[in-house]
Write a protein that binds this ligand. Structure first.
Ligand code: AMP
Length: 480
C-alpha cells in the first residue's frame, strides 16, 4: 500500500514524499480513508504508531477548500500538554508546505494578546490545550460554532490529567454536526463513556491491542531497597554501565522528584535536562530542544510533561519510580523502540512497588525479567565488574547476577569521546579481555562546575564521576 491510494490531495502527497515516508503506517492506512469520507473515527493507538499524520494528512487535504473566518476556527485539535500541541503544529508545518493555511496554537504560558490577534485573522487549524481554549471562549474572543472537525488526541491522558469535564464542555460548544476524530491508547470506562456520548457511529480503528507494549523494547526490572539514595545510586550505575545507551528519558512520578533527581544527576556530573509541569514554557521547550538535538543525552521527566513526545530514537527508558498507573508504564516505554527501532526499558523497583509491578505485568500480559541487583548491562558480563566498583555502589544489592537480558545491539560509541571515561586504575578491568578504550579527557567544565543549590537529599550524596561515558558528562544549563 502506498500513500497515493488513500485519497490524499496531490499537495499533501508531495509533502509526504518530501519527508521520505513511502508507506503509510497501519493507523494511517486504516484511518485516513474514513477521515476523508467524513466519518467519525475512534483510533486506538499509542504514540509512535504514526497517528499524528493519520489525522493531519487528511485534514490538510480537506482544508484545501474553504476559508477561515475571524475568530471562528474551521478545525480544532485538543492536546493534553503544550509540548504535544507544539508537536502537532510542527506536523502541520511539515506536511502543509505549499498550502497557505493559518495554524494557531492556544497553549498556556504564551501571551493572550498574541493568540488573540491570530484568532482575529482567521484560523484554519486551532491546536489547543483545553484550559487555555476555554479561557479564550470565556473572554468572548473565540467562537467554536464554525468547527467542522474536532480531534481529541491522547484522550486517556486527558482523563489522567482531569481534563474530561473540560472536554465535555468543549464538545458542547462545537456544532453537533461536526466530524470527530478521537485517539486514545487505552479504553478505560470513562473514556468509553465519552466516546459513546460524543462520537456518532464511529469507525473503530485499532492498530494494536490497548495497552500492549511495542515489540522492540527489552524490558527489565532492577530491585533495590526502600531508601531514596539506593535508587539514585542504582540509577547512576545503570547509566554508567549501559553500553548501548545513546540517550534516555528517566521518569519520576512527581514533579518534586524530577527536580531533585535532576540536581542529583547534575551534581554527579551527568549531562541532563529536566521536564516537568511546573517549569515555565520556555524552560520546557529549551530542555526538549536540547534533548532532541542530542545536546543533552539524558532527560528526567514527569509523565505529564513527557506524554506522547515525538523524540525519535530514544535508546533507553528508566523508570526511576515505578508508575502508579499501569497505563503510564505503557506510555513511558512507548518513548523508545519507535518506528521499528529497538530500545531498552528498565524499572527500578522497591519493595513498595510490588503491587504496581503486578498490575503492569497483568496489563502488558508478560513478566518483566529481573536483573537482580545489577544493571542490565552488568548482568550479561558480571565477571567484568570491578570489585571496588561493586563494593562502592552495589553493596546493598550484592553481586547476585540475575537472568541475562537479551542484548540486541552492539554498543554504539557516543560522539564526544571514548565510551568509558574510566579512571586509569579501572582500565582492563571494566572491559574484561577487550582492549580498553582510550581514557577520555573529562570536559574541563565538570571540574569547574559552578556551585549549585542542590536540595538537601541530593546534597548528602558524594559526587562520583568515575566511569561516566564522556557524552554523558557534557555540561548543560537548564532551568528547572
Ligand atoms: P506519532 O505516532 O504520530 O507520534 O509518530 C511517530 C513517528 O513516526 C514520528 O516521528 C513520525 O514522523 C513517524 N512517521 C509517521 N508516519 C510515518 C510513516 N508513514 N513512515 C515512517 N515514519 C512515520
Amino acid at each position: 500500500m502506498s500513500f497515493s491510494h488513500l485519497g490524499l490531495s496531490d499537495k499533501v502527497l508531495a509533502a509526504v514524499a518530501a519527508t521520505g515516508y513511502t508507506t503509510p503506517t497501519p493507523i494511517q492506512e486504516q484511518a485516513i480513508p474514513h477521515v476523508l469520507a467524513r466519518r467519525d473515527v475512534l483510533g486506538i493507538a499509542q504514540t509512535g504508531t504514526g497517528k499524528t499524520a493519520a489525522f493531519v494528512l487528511p485534514m490538510l487535504t480537506m482544508l484545501e477548500k474553504g476559508r477561515a473566518r475571524a475568530r471562528m476556527p474551521r478545525t480544532l485539535i485538543l492536546e493534553p500538554t503544550r509540548e504535544l500541541a507544539a508537536q502537532v503544529k510542527e506536523s502541520f508545518d511539515k506536511y502543509g508546505v505549499g498550502q497557505k493555511l493559518n495554524v494557531a496554537l492556544l497553549i498556556g504560558g504564551v501571551s493572550f494578546g498574541d493568540q488573540d490577534s491570530k484568532l482575529t485573522r482567521g484560523v484554519d487549524v486551532l491546536i489547543a490545550t483545553p484550559g487555555r481554549l476555554l479561557d479564550h471562549t470565556e473572554r468572548g474572543g473565540l467562537l467554536l460554532t464554525g468547527v467542522e472537525l474536532l480531534v481529541i488526541d491522547e484522550a486517556d491522558r486527558m482523563l489522567d490529567m482531569g481534563f474530561i469535564p473540560d472536554i465535555e464542555r468543549i464538545c458542547k460548544l462545537v456544532p453537533f454536526t461536526r466530524q470527530t476524530l478521537f485517539f486514545t491508547a487505552t479504553m478505560p470506562p470513562e473514556i468509553r463513556r465519552i466516546t459513546e456520548t460524543f462520537l456518532h457511529n464511529p469507525e473503530k480503528v485499532e492498530v494494536s491491542r490497548p495497552a500492549t507494549t511495542a515489540t522492540g523494547v527489552s524490558q527489565f526490572q532492577v530491585s533495590v531497597g526502600r531508601e531514596p539514595h539506593e535508587k539514585r545510586e542504582t540509577l547512576r550505575r545503570l547509566l554508567r554501565d549501559a553500553k548501548d545507551l545513546q540517550n534516555a528519558i528517566i521518569f519520576c512520578n512527581r514533579k518534586r522528584e524530577v527536580a531533585l533527581l535532576h540536581k542529583s544527576l547534575q551534581k554527579h556530573g551527568f549531562s541532563v535536562g529536566a521536564l516537568h509541569g511546573d517549569m515555565d514554557q520556555s524552560a520546557r521547550t529549551a530542555a526538549l530542544d536540547q534533548f532532541r538535538k542530542g545536546e543533552i543525552p539524558l532527560l528526567v521527566a514527569s509523565d505529564v510533561a513527557a506524554r506522547g513526545l515525538d523524540i525519535p530514537a530514544v535508546s533507553h527508558i528508566y523508570n526511576f519510580d515505578v508508575p502508579h498507573h499501569a497505563d503510564d508504564y505503557v506510555h513511558r516505554i512507548g518513548r523508545t523502540a519507535r518506528a521499528g527501532r529497538t530500545g531498552t526499558a528498565i524499572s527500578i523497583v522497591t519493595p513498595l512497588d510490588t503491587k504496581s509491578i503486578v498490575a503492569i505485568e497483568k496489563l502488558i500480559g508478560q513478566t518483566i525479567p529481573r536483573a537482580e541487583g545489577q544493571s542490565e548491562a552488568r548482568v550479561s558480563d558480571d565477571a567484568d565488574q570491578p570489585r571496588e566498583h561493586r563494593s562502592r555502589e552495589g553493596s546493598k544489592e550484592g553481586s547476585r547476577g540475575g537472568r541475562k537480558p537479551r542484548r540486541e545491539r552492539e554498543p554504539r560509541h557516543a560522539k564526544g569521546g571514548a565510551k568509558g571515561a574510566e579512571k586509569a586504575g579501572d582500565k582492563g578491568v571494566h572491559h574484561g579481555n577487550r582492549k580498553p578504550p582510550a581514557p577520555a579527557a573529562r570536559p574541563a567544565s565538570i571540574g569547574r562546575a559552578e556551585p549549585q543549590r542542590v536540595a538537601r537529599e541530593a546534597e548528602s550524596e558524594p559526587a562520583d564521576h568515575s566511569h561516566l561515558p564522556a557524552f554523558l558528562l557534557r555540561p548543560v544549563r537548564a532551568r528547572v
